[in-house]
Design a protein. Sequence first.
Length: 277
Amino acid sequence: MTKIFKIICLFSLPFFYGSAFANQPKDWQLGFQKAASKGMEDIVWFHDYMLLPIITAITIFVLFLLLYTCVRYRASRNKIASTTSHNTLIEVLWTLIPCLILIVMAVPSFKVLYSQDTIPKADVTIKAIGYQWYWGYEYPDENIIFDSYMIEDKDLKENQPRLLSVDNEVYVPVNKVIKVMITANDVLHAWALPSFGVKRDAIPGRINETWFKADRTGTFYGQCSELCGIKHAFMPITVNVVSEDQYNQWLDEAKVKFAKEDLNNNIKIAKKIKEIK
């Protein structure tokens, strides 16, 4: 019996905890990715210690009532059908108990929602712009702007995950408040990073805001989470969380490589060439 239990546990681990040791989705994954921010830790706690126990208890209770009713009131045992029309006590109970359950669930739920929508003073501000079918990023305070395209299968390097790797990655410092302003240039998109507990719609003509504070370094992956056309599945998001020194080093390089003035100049030159033609 002990051996059977160990085998069951062994085969269950990939389903429930396979994603807990990675910053990207895994095959046959059922659980969340390992949390990398306080916001995601709150979401996981609410799911694991509030929603799951309540849902499991309700499911078992309803299943028990169903089986009990099928056996207790089967036709062979009840030749004469019951004429009971109602029961006041039962009706009061099945109204009050669900209300109490919803109240118990609402309190921590509102707390999580409030913490997500209350943005502290930002250390770094990033603007994410959704296009068909790639992401554009700006660091307004640093005068940096660049586009981020998915790397095709034939160009992938070793250890780069398929459909999740991009040519230009976002860099942020660890343990700093990152505010993300999200919009779109054409159709609806959604900027989502599961490890940070972040998902916001990108809407043309409107800016939505969200934030996160990564508590560990690493490379974290997300994807567009709003159906946006034929290549919706090819809009990955890659965020590198690094130390402050590494972030400052990247900033120095990015200010040269992705300088906003250079991009604006290139646009002006392209317009002039078009006018001449």
